[in-house]
Design a binder for this molecule. Structure first.
Ligand SMILES: C[S@@+](CC[C@H](N)C(=O)[O-])C[C@H]1O[C@@H](n2cnc3c(N)ncnc32)[C@H](O)[C@@H]1O
Length: 240
């Protein structure tokens, strides 16, 4: 299934696939088709140097399972307005949409946005973390702040963490939840993520923090093995 090893460093590796689409079925409760591009097709061509957004990253599977398993606790039986940051292929956001929520999926990368546009059940928009114009355009188009923001495997550098949290804070309504799943790969980012509760305590209170596991893997298309990251940390933060 893996056709080419594109890049590998001590933090993570990027691989390309020979398939065009992966079907993910979560214990018969949600069935989604995640589209990932072959390098040969029209979207894939511009991906020669940007393969990150066409990979389903390792936090996405357990995060999506968690969303399904804890749906009634997290959403309280309500159908709400959700925004995903750093969607990539969009598994997490598509899972939220499959659960009946109105979902805006976002990314900075045009290839991700092209992939996300293949799914009519979500609204893809460009959102660069820390960019006020992007955030303002989304707030205007979708009638103000969101009830929940979700993100998986998005913060693996300190700078992106700070910019991302700024954007989350701008787009989330007071009392709304930010659901963050992070595959922890290095001491540096583990420290940063562990410090989120104190670093952002003026704006957020952490309500849940736990390690989550992939159960029943490997999943279709899963390329990351446990030794490429330490664990997946799940955090729920409530906007003050
Ligand atoms: C490791 S991938 C994770 C993708 C997806 N959430 C998943 O878990 O499969 C990180 C994603 O964040 C996006 N991203 C990185 N920096 C960004 C930024 N400054 N603003 C918006 N999106 C960004 C990338 O384009 C990429 O799609």
């Amino acid at each position: 299934m893996i056709t080419e090893r594109i890049n590998q460093d001590e933090r993570f590796e990027t691989l390309s696939f020979s398939y065009h689409a992966v079907t993910v079925v979560y214990r018969a409760r949600v069935s989604l088709q995640i589209k990932a591009c072959d390098k040969g097709d029209s979207v894939g061509k511009s991906l020669e140097e940007t393969t990150i957004p066409q990979t389903v990253w390792p936090a996405a599977y357990p995060a999506s399972e968690k969303l399904i398993d804890d749906s009634s606790r997290i959403f309280g039986g309500r159908k709400i307005k959700v925004l995903e940051i750093g969607s990539g292929t969009g598994l997490f956001g598509l899972t939220a949409a499959a659960l009946g929520h109105k979902v805006v999926v976002t990314d900075t990368n045009e290839v991700s946005l092209a992939l996300l546009a293949m799914h009519p059940q979500v609204a893809p928009r460009r959102l660069r973390w820390g960019n006020d114009d992007d955030a303002a355009a989304i707030l205007e188009e979708f009638d103000g702040p969101f009830d929940a923001i979700i993100g998986c495997d998005v913060f693996y550098f300190s700078a992106s963490l700070r910019a991302g949290m700024k954007t989350v804070s701008r787009l989330l309504r007071p009392g709304g939840s930010f659901l963050l799943a992070s595959a922890v790969r290095s001491d540096e980012i583990e420290d940063e993520i562990e410090r989120i509760p104190e670093t952002f305590s003026a704006e957020f209170v952490v309500t849940t923090k736990e390690d989550i596991q992939c159960r029943g893997g490997p999943y279709p298309g899963q390329v990351h093995t446990k030794n490429q990251f330490r664990h997946v940390l799940w955090m729920e933060l409530q906007r003050r």
